[in-house]
Design a protein around this ligand. Sequence first.
Ligand SMILES: C[S@@+](CC[C@H](N)C(=O)[O-])C[C@H]1O[C@@H](n2cnc3c(N)ncnc32)[C@H](O)[C@@H]1O
Length: 286
Amino acid sequence: MRHRTMPRHKILPEISEKDFNLFRNLVKKEVGIYIRQGGRKMLGLKLSRRLQHIGFSSYSDYYRYLLEPEQKKELRHLINIVTIDQTSFFRGKQQLEILSKRILPEIVLRKIEKKHIRIWSSGCSTGQEPYSLIMLVYEMDNVDTSWDIKILATDVNTYSLKIAYLGEYRADQVTEIPPAYLAKYFRRESMGGEEIFWIKESLKERLIFRRLNLLMPGNRLKGLIDLIFCRNVMIYFDSATKKKIIDQFYRLLEPKGYLCLGLSESLLGIDDRFELIGRAIYRKKE
Ligand SMILES: C[S@@+](CC[C@H](N)C(=O)[O-])C[C@H]1O[C@@H](n2cnc3c(N)ncnc32)[C@H](O)[C@@H]1O
């Protein structure tokens, strides 16, 4: 690796305003996330760890290195460290309650002949969201293992996706899972004195994990989607970016398909082709 000009673990100086602006523009361009001024110290800290790990001594040298066309892999590392992966099983309980009482039964009824359901968790982080969804679908009346159910689970963060794919969680990460589901859908193992919970293969095989940047849409499920989850992903995106992403969702959804946002998010002023059902759940109007 080039630029190995300083010993590891030496504290780098605080990131300058100029360098901060370079990196925040790059992050905005690559993944849509706008880092506020207050995030300067945190970004500097995250970057300085990465810089030292790969042997750079200055933020601007690292920035120039990232711009080289052959450094796509390092750019992914940058994205991995700036994205926020906070998530949990059954996050947004009131919303999920509406989903399992009203929305999923309606989708199941619509699909009772075809036995075919497509869901997309866009911004799935470390997997808790798509795994919660597949548990809810499996709990639906009239749904059995003969149904063709697929959940596309995508994120831009490759590190989070690896964890999601593994489907392995610590005891403190599964506290929000109803005990009956935990017993039914997880395998429990004791490893080095710690209890580990593994999602069962029969559920995992319904999930398709892919790296997908919502700003640069790539491969998706063939055919239209019944339900899209995009929760707590676009909170740092500007309106123009949100509009573009919601427009893609609109085109990918079945007529009267559903879109779930995070509980603090809304489509107000973004897109009026959806009607609000409640708790940030939207239905495509036609
Ligand atoms: C706070 S987590 C939310 C996870 C989950 N949806 C939830 O609500 O619990 C936000 C996720 O969005 C992902 N993300 C951010 N920008 C993205 C983009 N441009 N394309 C795809 N995923 C993105 C991050 O990597 C992160 O995993």
